[in-house]
Design a protein around this ligand. Structure first.
Ligand code: IVH
Length: 675
């Protein structure tokens, strides 16, 4: 290749890489597999190192970072970067909308509703379509010049895409938005830091802020940062509608959050807030609220500003998911399988919308890793319906040197020895059903809604029954008599009759429910259903060897060994016999052979789904489809959840049909699967 051919090829490669970046970051629809992208980038880098005279700052190869700085220069914002007023209740949304509609003297207002990303606000200035300056918000008037760091973020265009006349960008353009760290990147980064003994990032927001404040941009380049644009600052030539301006930003090559919607009036805003609240935990990034903005620019101008915030916008915040509190002590709880879980007792703290007094510490290793000690100040995290956990200890606030936590050597409930399974993080009480805690937990599990669904058999009653010696195993439940029950504290004859009726009703469970109810280690509902469907009867499951068990979808060697161990235990076999004697009989699942509408299809599941992936898999298999782990030309469908990555890209490049979860659910329902 001669010099002029090299120049031509460099230009072509840049254009091609930029187009792939656009498909990936802006359209969220990758056009080539990662390997192909890497190949193009390597070719570009090789040519540029051979012909350094053709290197330009806009080249996609220049995102690797440069020489460290001594400090960040101050940058004065041409237009101040404002903040937003907050609304803390539905009522305050109504008040906001009333103020807006009064100010505009109209009844109905169109708003744009946007997720409020928890990251770092950034101002990007472009001249003739080239990124010139990136500045943080600072105090709103003066920020810091972080251009060399921002240039390393692949989602931020160094050079804008050209559009037709109508959508041409102004020669001088300022775009604002949020730099954030996606959760997957945050977790991967911390996993690596842990393995390599490096420092972990505290949370995605701090991670984004800290990454942007690195003096060495080569370090920033290694942080998985992303970006969403949310406004254009320009004096003229902009669309009248903010929503249209966002579309324009997208056409120029800026990623714009796909959750953004146009909504109407206070009710539209409230509905959006509720919807995003439900979706929050499934998003691939943290949001701390939503922002509502009056869509019309003319209307924005009419409304103007008050102090440092616009009158035309408001943020509705979600309850914080992390709070600081004090750890009073560490207790241990004994679960159904004897697993001993350390639990933090906390000074009550309002987090994630509820008051939390206990938080899980997961296991012993986790306590050591986080260095949790009694009396510490800790950060408690509760995201959505997830069990609250101690996310981090503020060791900087620790006074003195409290002793490290020690795992008790004897079960606090039954006094049996506590042992640690080989190669496992979990400590267990070895007492089995001798241990009152395990007995109680296993009965509660048996009775729970998703197992035998025996209403009225709650924790208080089970404790009473076990303490009174009336119930030692789940089979004993079916031997209970009216007089025995009615004699218990807080138990009238009516409740006794109700419970007996419930027990009677539970005598004909589906096989998978019974199997789940028995509480075999690691056998959840999905695995139980799979075992029931593939082996057909309890006798066959009880008789199956480990080799036969691993043949069942969703059953691996660990589950197989637990199933075998459970049925090798004479006590468990005895209980099953007793259940049968008590009149229980379980229904084998219907086999829908002959009506397998998805027979012959090959599916691949990727990304985060709203349902457990194993469940999606079992349902597909029940309809005759085969589910595999990698995408090939033979794949019939790819089900892509949130934040799907390489597999989705591969499917697109091979032209394999991709379904989203909603379409998938509709498909299942059309085949009579109830969700
Ligand atoms: S609009 C005048 N839109 O929230 C309007 N801000 O207090 C100013 N933020 O730090 C900002 N997502 O970086 C706007 N979709 C969004 C946003 C957003 C996050 C941040 C912003 C600023 C804070 C506003």
């Amino acid at each position: 290749m001669n010099r002029s051919e090299a120049k031509q090829r460099i230009g072509d490669l840049r254009a091609e890489i930029q187009q792939h970046d656009y498909r990936y970051y802006v359209q969220d629809a990758p056009s080539v597999p990662d390997a192909e992208y890497d190949r193009l980038m390597r070719e570009l880098q090789a040519l540029e190192s051979e012909y350094p005279e053709f290197v330009t700052p806009e080249s996609p190869s220049q995102r690797v970072g440069g020489e460290p700085l001594d400090g960040f220069e101050a940058v004065r914002h041409e237009t101040p970067m404002l903040s937003l007023a907050n609304a803390f209740s539905e009522e305050e949304i109504h008040q906001f909308h009333d103020r807006v509609s009064r100010g505009l003297e109209i009844d109905h207002v169109e708003y744009v509703a946007e997720p409020k990303l928890d990251g770092v606000a950034i101002s990007l200035r472009y001249t003739d379509g080239l990124l010139q300056l990136a500045a943080t918000r600072g105090d709103g008037v003066t920020g810091e010049n972080v251009t060399s760091n921002v240039r390393t973020i692949a989602a931020i265009p160094l050079q804008l895409k050209r559009r037709g006349k109508s959508g041409a960008w102004p020669a001088a353009l300022e775009v604002r938005g949020e730099i954030y760290m996606p959760l997957a990147g945050f977790e991967a980064y911390n996993r690596r830091a842990r393995e390599e003994g490096g420092k972990e990032l505290v949370n995605p927001r701090n991670a984004a802020a800290g990454s942007l404040r690195q003096l060495d941009s080569r370090l920033t380049a290694q942080r998985p940062l992303a970006f969403y644009a949310y406004s254009i600052v320009a004096s003229e030539g902009l669309p009248e509608s903010h929503f249209d301006a966002l579309a324009l930003l997208k056409s120029w090559g800026f990623p714009v959050n796909p959750e953004i919607r146009r909504v109407r009036d206070a009710q539209g805003c409230i509905d959006y807030f509720i919807g995003m609240g439900r979706k929050r935990d499934r998003l691939p990034y943290d949001i701390d609220g939503v922002v509502f903005k009056v869509d019309s620019r003319d209307q924005q101008v009419t409304l103007g500003f008050v102090s440092r915030a616009p009158r035309w916008a408001i943020a509705r915040k979600f309850p914080a998911q992390e709070e600081i509190t004090r750890l009073i002590g560490i207790d241990v709880q004994v679960g159904r399988t004897g697993a001993i879980t350390p639990v933090a007792r906390l000074e009550p703290v309002f987090v994630g919308g509820v008051t939390v007094t206990n938080a899980t510490l997961h296991n012993f290793d986790e306590i050591r890793r986080k260095d949790v000690r009694e009396g510490d100040w800790v950060i408690v995290r509760r995201a959505g319906d997830v069990i609250p956990e101690v996310a981090r200890v503020m060791t900087e606030r620790r006074e003195g040197e409290p002793p490290e936590f020690q795992m008790p050597q004897h079960c606090p409930v039954c006094g049996s020895a506590v042992e640690r399974d080989e190669g496992e993080a979990v400590f267990r009480c070895t007492g089995g059903l001798v241990c009152g805690a395990q007995r109680i937990q296993s009965i509660l599990h048996f009775a729970s809604r998703r197992a035998m669904n025996i209403e009225g058999l709650g924790a208080k009653l089970v404790v009473q029954l076990v303490d009174a010696g009336l119930v030692n195993s789940v089979a004993d439940l079916y031997r209970l008599e009216r007089e025995q029950l009615a004699g218990l504290e807080r138990m009238g004859e009516k409740s006794a009759d109700n419970l007996l009726a419930e027990l009677e009703k539970s005598k004909t469970p589906d096989l998978d429910r019974l199997l789940f109810a028995l509480g075999v280690r690691e056998v959840g509902e999905v695995t139980a259903a799979s075992l029931a469907r593939h082996l057909g009867s309890l006798e066959k499951i009880m008789a199956a060897s480990e080799e036969e068990l691993v043949e069942v979808p969703d059953v691996g060697p660990v589950v197989a060994s637990h199933v075998r161990a459970f049925f090798n235990e004479p006590h468990n076999v005895e209980i099953i016999k007793e259940l049968e004697t008590a009149g229980l009989h379980w229904q084998a699942p219907e086999t829908n052979e002959g009506e397998q509408p998805l027979a012959g299809q090959i599916w691949v599941l990727t990304g985060a789904l709203g349902m457990p992936r194993a469940r999606a898999r079992t349902m597909l298999e029940s309809l005759g489809a085969r589910v595999t782990g990698s995408v090939s030309a033979k794949t019939t469908f790819v089900l892509a959840g949130e934040a799907a990555g390489a597999k989705l890209r591969k499917a697109e490049s091979l032209g394999v049909e991709v379904l989203d979860e909603e379409t998938f659910r509709t498909l299942l329902q059309s085949h009579g699967v109830s969700l």
